[in-house]
Write a protein that binds this ligand. Structure first.
Ligand code: 6PG
Length: 247
């Protein structure tokens, strides 16, 4: 069982630059191991800065983008050109600036109904990893954010996706967002070889504290799932997000 490592940075810029270096290292090692690197990208606003750093020198020219397979760890149930689309954010911040082969970039098929989109995404993941039903693929890297309520990916407190353990991807009705989401499930997130969760700002401090040190309660703080991840888990935090962590 992994323990959550915390890395604390003075501000969001230092965090993004340092995490970019860590991501580059993970990519290099994954390619040395099995000639490719599979990454589940985070949505929301926090990772944008990281994606911009990766899309700039030196990483734009250094990372072997053609060896990467990029997925989304979760997606809002909107068209992929919608302002709320995580894929649109990733495309604008990263994909439009680097050469990942289009056949190796996997947006969630939100043009389908939500249940079919989740099922098709799961099929795509199984096909890419060549794993049969019953086994859980191991992403080389999963990037995540965290909400002020302690959600991660689109696993929100008290939602039905938290109880799904026989799927890799599931649709999730999120009343607190008045929306439907498509999300990696707990087993898929917990299987990753490396996970980096990024959080900045004092509005995340309480959630970070509950995730790392709080009394175990997955329904209340879904990001606690990372305590039972099998791989390396790092919380990359700025000082404001880390402010309520026990020293
Ligand atoms: C999403 C994300 C979600 C996000 C958190 C934090 O689809 O929004 O997957 O889990 O990481 O809500 O969002 P911010 O980075 O915008 O604070």
């Amino acid at each position: 069982m992994s323990s959550i490592q915390t890395q604390i940075y003075p501000d969001a810029t230092h965090l993004a630059v340092s995490v970019a270096s860590a991501v580059s290292e993970i990519i290099t090692k994954a390619i040395q191991r099995h000639d490719r690197c599979t990454i589940a990208l985070a949505g929301g606003s926090t990772p944008k800065r990281l994606y911009t750093v990766l899309a700039s020198d030196p990483y734009r020219n250094e990372i072997p983008w053609d060896r990467l397979h990029l997925f989304l760890g979760d997606e809002r149930y909107v068209p992929d050109d919608h302002p709320d689309s995580n894929f649109r954010m990733v495309r604008e911040a990263l994909l439009d600036h680097v050469n990942v082969p289009e056949s190796q970039v996997y947006p969630v098929p939100t043009y389908l109904d939500a249940a079919s989109a989740a099922a098709e995404y799961e099929k795509l993941i199984r096909k890419t990893f060549e794993v049969p039903h019953g086994s859980v693929p191991v992403f080389d890297l999963v990037l995540l954010g965290i909400g002020g309520d302690g959600h991660t990916a689109s696993l929100f407190p008290g939602t039905q996706a938290l109880d799904v353990h026989d799927r890799l991807v599931i649709e999730n009705d999120v009343p607190q967002q008045d929306s439907t989401r498509i999300t990696f499930t707990i087993p898929l997130l917990q299987a990753a070889a490396s996970t980096i969760l990024l959080a900045t700002g004092d509005d995340k401090a309480d959630a970070i504290s509950r995730a790392v040190n709080g009394a175990p309660n997955l329904q209340e703080t879904p990001s606690q799932l990372l305590r039972s991840a099998t791989g390396e888990v790092t919380f990359a935090l700025d000082e404001a997000a880390a402010a309520k962590l026990e020293s």
